[in-house]
Design a protein around this ligand. Structure first.
Ligand code: SAH
Ligand code: SF4
Ligand code: F3S
Length: 472
């Protein structure tokens, strides 16, 4: 009998990937994914623990789900199983079960290949009249990747592919080494196989994922160990993969081979998320980032020498314990020097169990708020300037979906900017190209293809453009 599965995903792209793979694991067991929790037999919240409010959101979501769960039991006699997966589950499993009795199952990011067994245990306990309360947050010796079924087919022309997991860096503010466990790299062979399947299913743009993706060191095809740079070279040989990206990188692992891949592999996109967190050496040291602001500047210089059109994005934390006005000014100066295309910035949030949470000189909330506002104003100006500078350029755009307006398709530029295109306007309208004539209810063969588009206008978060040629 078919059962309904609803998954809600919080946090980073790795959780997005994991959610898709959990659906893959459950599919052969009769679970079909649905897009609302109302009539679901199983609801999985795939959670994030990175900042405080993330966990609070999970608790309030469980509160809402409990009402659905109770109503379903009263109305139909059926159970709704509520499962917490991901990093909050890993970090706070037992506490969550105590605090929210509606939760039946808690699992971590490294155990979801065992979901069918866990669900069987939930059912067994129910049959015996017991409260389910199943918890599996091990860091198993086996790798879940060796047990996952083939992916069921991607959702669109851009897909994530996890190549590395976990983190051994232990930045003093961060929970990831505790929630995801030690660094692990998948073998090159498995990654190439997955990438070929994605390509055959129509994927053109692959983002390689890892908490520390450029620390990748997987078994190579003929013995030895492959770096991320050499993995990217091999992926560049796969037909159909037109774009290769990777995230998230640590500055210390930005080695020469990887920088050379940006120069030599045409599919390697000229856009890199390279978080620096702070521009102050004192704070970088207290964060245990193990590099200076100048080393970061030098890496950016090397990247720009290898690939002059490369654009950068980053993460920043303001108000790390002990951060002074002068430290913050160092961050602002670094941002001015680098000029980012896009960035994320956060107020420091003390996380239980991490060294920085116990540091004595915590920064005042109002100071954090002021610094965040100043930094975000600067970053927004830079993002707008980057978008403005795109006007007049011709980008290949990978069309991913229909827009809100009629005749409009939306795709991504090499820099991940959303580009809106009216396919019946411009010098190369579809009708004029001898391609299939425009009709309201088809995508005219453009969806999932790369098409040259001239950018005609820019907003803070997206671009508009017109077709200048046929799909390549
Ligand atoms: N592996 C990545 C980051 C993963 S977490 C790296 O090394 O850069 C994503 C981002 O969340 C981090 O880059 C950081 O900016 C932010 N972050 C992590 N812990 C945080 C905390 N305790 N408070 C505020 N922001 C935090
Ligand atoms: Fe967290 Fe640092 Fe590891 Fe990134 S490198 S996941 S910030 S501990
Ligand atoms: Fe969050 Fe875990 Fe990702 S804490 S950012 S979901 S690794």
């Amino acid at each position: 009998m078919s059962k309904k599965l609803f998954i809600k995903t919080y946090g980073c792209q790795m959780n997005v990937y994991d959610s898709n793979r959990m659906a893959d694991v459950l599919k052969p067991h009769g679970y079909d994914a649905v897009d609302s929790p109302e009539s679901a037999d199983l609801v999985i919240l795939n959670t994030c623990h990175i900042r405080e409010k993330a966990a609070e959101k999970v608790y309030s979501e469980v509160g809402r789900l409990r009402q659905l769960k109770d109503a379903r039991k009263t109305d139909t006699g059926e159970d709704m199983t509520i499962a917490i997966a991901g990093c909050v589950g890993q970090a706070e499993g037992p506490e969550m079960m105590r605090r929210a009795p509606a939760i039946d199952l808690v699992l971590g990011p490294q155990t979801y290949h065992r979901l069918p067994d866990m669900l069987r245990e939930v059912d067994d306990r129910r049959l015996k009249g017991q409260r389910p309360r199943v918890l599996d947050t091990d860091f198993p010796v086996e790798s879940k990747f060796d047990f996952l079924p083939e992916e069921q087919g991607p959702q669109g022309p851009a897909a994530f592919l996890t190549v590395q997991e976990g983190c051994d860096k232990f930045c003093t503010f961060c929970v990831v080494p505790y929630t995801r466990g030690a660094e692990f790299s998948r073998p090159v062979r498995d990654i190439l196989t997955e990438a070929r399947r994605l390509s055959a299913a129509g994927v053109r743009d692959i983002t390689l994922l890892g908490q520390n993706v450029n620390a990748y060191h997987g078994d190579d095809l003929n013995g030895g160990t492959a770096s991320l740079g050499s993995l990217i070279r091999r992926l560049g040989d796969i037909d159909g993969i037109a774009r290769i990206r990777y995230t998230t990188s640590h500055p210390r692992d930005m080695d020469a081979e990887l920088i050379a891949a940006h120069r030599d592999v045409p599919q390697c996109m000229p856009y890199l998320h390279l978080p620096v967190q702070s521009g102050s050496d004192r704070i970088l040291d207290a964060m245990n980032r193990r590099h200076t602001a100048d080393l970061y500047r030098r890496i950016i210089d090397d990247l720009r020498a290898a690939r002059p059109d490369i654009a950068l994005s980053s993460d920043f934390i303001v108000g790390f314990p002990g951060e002074t006005d002068a430290d913050f000014e160092d961050t602002m100066r670094l941002v001015r020097d680098v000029a980012y295309a896009q960035a994320y910035s956060f107020k420091y949030s003390p996380r239980p169990g991490t060294p920085a949470a116990d540091m004595e000189v915590q920064v005042d909330e109002t100071v954090k708020t002021e610094r965040l506002a100043a930094l975000q104003a600067l970053l927004n100006t830079q993002q707008k300037a980057f978008n403005d500078a795109s006007v007049g350029r011709v980008f290949d755009v990978l069309f991913e979906r229909r827009g809100k307006r009629a005749r409009q398709l939306v795709g991504r530029s090499p820099y991940l900017q959303a580009v809106h295109v009216d396919v019946t306007r411009g010098d190369y309208t579809l009708d004029g190209m001898g391609a299939s004539p425009y009709t309201e209810n088809s995508d005219n063969g453009l969806m999932g293809t790369l098409v040259p588009v001239r950018i005609t206008s820019a907003g803070p978060n997206s671009l508009e453009g017109e077709l200048t040629g046929l799909p390549s």
